[in-house]
Ligand binder design. Sequence first.
Ligand code: SF4
Length: 180
Amino acid sequence: MSTVKIVEAPEGIGGQGFFATSLDSVVGLARKNSIWPLPFATSCCGIEFMSTMSSHYDLARFGSERLSFTPRQADLLMVMGTIAKKMGPVLRQVYEQMAEPKWVIAVGACASSGGIFDTYSVLQGIDRIIPVDVYVPGCPPRPEQIIEGVMRIQDLIGKESLRRRNSEDYKKLLEEYMVK
Ligand code: SF4
C-alpha cells in the first residue's frame, strides 16, 4: 500500500472511526486545495506561467488547474509581467471585482518592483495599488518558483481564520488601499 499522502489532514484529535478538528481548519483545507487563479499576464513572465500550467509542471497537482478569466470566479490574482501605469486602473478594477476571500501573488521582478524598468511609465510594484500576499522573485522566475509561490499562498489560506476578513486589521489594510 502506498504511503504517499495526497493531502495532509489538518491538526485535530483522531481515534477509531472519528476525527475532530476546527471549522477553520476544514474550510482552510478545502480552500487551499481548490484555488482558482486569474492569470493577469502582460509579458514574459506569463510565458513561464504557461509552462507552469502545462503537463511537465502541471499546476493541476495542486488543485489549481481551473483558470478563471473573469474576476468574479477567481480567488487568486496572479500578476505576471510589466504593469504600465496606464494599466494600473485596469488591474485595480480586476482586483475589486474579485469576491472575498481573495489573495494576490506578484510573479517576477516587474510585478513585484518594476524590475529593470525604472522608468516614468512603469508601475514600480503592484503593491502600490493593491495588497500583495506573496512575491515571487526572478526575471523571469522559473516554473518551480511560481509553484513555490502558489504553495506559500496555500500555507496562508490553510492557516487563515474565517474571521480574518471581518477583522479590524483587514479592514484597515483595505482602507489603506482605499478599497471599497
Ligand atoms: S520580470 Fe523579467 S521576465 Fe518577468 S515580465 Fe519582467 S522583464 Fe519579463
